[in-house]
Design a protein around this ligand. Structure first.
Ligand code: HEC
Ligand code: HEC
Length: 487
């Protein structure tokens, strides 16, 4: 008879898998100091801000799905936007104001300042040499098809060039923009926004010649092939607190949590004894700050989860802590040279001999195409440096000798009383009858080497981690099932 704890977990899991693909959300934190618009992003506010998350590729299938990292900040005057586009083929040629920049390598932000009127939205499209196109697609705008926003400052990596051709040195380009909030007075409830105000927006990337990809932060409805789909925009919330402030808050929340909640949820939320492990890597029933706050303040009726008598400020801090526990690597990718990290992955680390990324690589280890969305930075660092105490199910190494004396080496995918399913070194699956085997030897160590801290130099390790913490399978929704991660 399974215990109540097991039942709770199964129910949570069931409810979670039944759920839907929600529009993305993002909290925009306040800039704590001035932001210099120079396409460098070297302010600590930019460095510490979370990126908005993975971009999706609703129709682009042709080539490499290159990553775009976008971040937003605000203060009383401006909304700040930064795009960091990983790109090995950068080209742009449109120099005329309001020209067709989306043919070039180009990034965009479409903003609906009023969530009750999402169809009123404003567009900012900027190419890699710094040409901008703007439109006000609103019910009040009666002017020409294009629109002149006031006071926008922006810089692109190749700003001012008359043309940028693809080059073997291409690696990434950046666009940094400060958009004065006063441009949105006709639609926003408040300018500047109040703490907690919600706007809707989408971030996109388009164009170029080689890998002329089209990707979007907010997924589009099935079959839609246009970014002019405000109903599908993501939701952003203006938070009147800096990135540093929220980190301090999470640290305080951890202390309160460890004083009040560990008897059910475990120290640091890592193992659950009578409640679910709050930091576990799974989909949660409650992920928004409001839902978490409600669960902690009022308890969850009909379950063991009690209401809390702690003051609201303490509950808020615990919410910040739980959210920080759940952050996956893609929210806070580590510094380093991503291109060099990819090299380590393919050559010195030999990772691709055992791991697939984007449909290529070995099968003995889990597919890593989407690992940065699934695991935290700490988990990834541990995976490379600390052997797991137990070999995860599905990865037990075995050495088998069949009745005919044939030796098979590989991992045990599945077994029952009568049969074994073994994936061998060469990627072949063997279905074997137990009764017909001469010998089965179970390896004591996982095939995953856990000594990359020693076999790689510090720089190689850093670059590899920078690469891994950006491995988001943005095209997951379109990927053939065979490339999806095994669960
Ligand atoms: C008596 C045991 C118990 C204590 C004490 C307890 N919890 Fe829980 N908690 C649970 C159980 C059981 C659930 C699962 C409820 C359900 O089935 O939805 C839960 C669920 C939650 C959830 C929702 C998880 C999700 O994403 O669905 C959060 C958040 C949470 N607890 C936070 C806390 C915090 C913070 C504290 C300390 C103030 C705390 N809990 C104290 C038992 C407990
Ligand atoms: C000889 C095969 C092999 C090589 C080489 C290898 N791995 Fe693995 N890896 C595995 C297996 C098998 C697992 C699953 C079992 C485990 O976690 O111990 C795994 C697990 C992992 C995990 C954990 C995934 C998860 O979600 O649990 C990560 C991350 C990982 N490997 C990264 C790497 C990287 C990066 C490299 C190269 C530096 C690498 N691996 C090299 C076989 C390998």
């Amino acid at each position: 008879m399974p215990g109540p704890d097991f039942l709770i977990r199964s129910l949570l899991l069931l409810a979670a898998t039944a759920c839907c693909m929600a529009q993305p959300r993002y909290d925009i934190r306040r800039a704590s100091g001035p932001i210099r618009i120079d396409a460098k992003l070297d302010e600590s506010d930019w460095q510490q801000a979370r990126s908005a998350g993975v971009f999706h590729f609703p129709w682009f299938q042709g080539g490499e799905k290159e990553l775009t990292e976008a971040k937003l900040l605000w203060d009383d005057v401006n909304l700040y936007v930064a795009w960091y586009a990983h790109d090995r083929h950068i080209s742009a040629a449109v120099t005329q104001r309001h020209g067709p920049v989306s043919k070039d390598d180009c990034v965009e932000i479409f903003i609906s300042p009023n969530p009750d009127k999402v169809k009123n939205y404003y567009t900012f499209e900027i190419n890699a040499i710094g040409t901008m196109l703007n439109r006000a697609r609103t019910d009040w705008w009666t002017g020409p098809p294009t629109w002149e926003p006031e006071g926008v400052q922006y810089r692109a990596t190749f700003h001012g060039l008359s043309k940028k051709d693809e080059s073997p040195q291409d690696d990434h380009w950046i666009v940094e923009a400060a958009i004065p909030l006063k441009n949105f007075v006709r639609d926003a409830a408040h300018t500047p926004p109040l703490d907690g105000d919600i706007w809707r927006l989408n971030l996109q990337r388009l164009g170029g010649i080689t890998n002329a990809q089209a990707s979007t932060w907010s997924p589009l409805p099935e079959g839609v092939r246009s970014f002019h789909t405000p109903e599908a925009f993501g939701a952003v919330r203006f938070v009147n607190q800096s990135v540093q402030g929220s980190q301090n808050e999470a640290a305080q929340g951890r202390e309160i949590y460890n004083r009040s909640c560990t008897m059910c949820h475990g120290q640091d939320g890592t193992v659950g004894d009578r409640g679910p492990a709050l930091a576990a890597q799974r989909r949660y029933l409650r992920s928004s700050e409001a839902d978490l706050f409600d669960a902690i303040k009022n308890g969850i009726p009909g379950t063991l989860m009690p209401a809390s008598a702690l003051p609201a400020a303490d509950v808020t801090k615990m919410v910040a802590f739980i959210r920080s526990l759940r952050a996956t690597a893609i929210d806070a990718p580590t510094d380093g040279d991503v291109a060099k990290g990819r090299e380590v992955f393919l050559s010195k680390g030999r990772c691709s001999e055992c791991h697939m990324t984007n449909g290529r690589g070995g099968l003995l280890g889990p597919d890593l195409s989407n690992i940065a969305n699934e695991r935290s930075v700490r988990f990834l660092r541990d995976a490379l440096t600390v052997a797991k105490p137990q070999i995860p199910a599905g990865y037990q190494p075995v050495r088998i000798v069949t009745a005919e004396g044939k030796a098979i080496r590989g991992i045990l995918r599945n077994e029952d009383n009568f049969t074994l399913q073994v994936l061998d070194d060469g990627g072949k699956i063997h279905l074997l009858e137990r009764g017909e085997l001469r010998n089965i030897e179970y390896g004591r160590q996982s095939l995953m080497p856990a000594n990359f801290g020693e076999t790689l130099s510090a720089a190689e390790f850093r670059d590899l981690l920078a690469f891994l913490t950006r491995l988001g399978d943005a095209g997951r929704n379109n990927a053939p099932a065979a490339h999806r991660r095994r669960r």
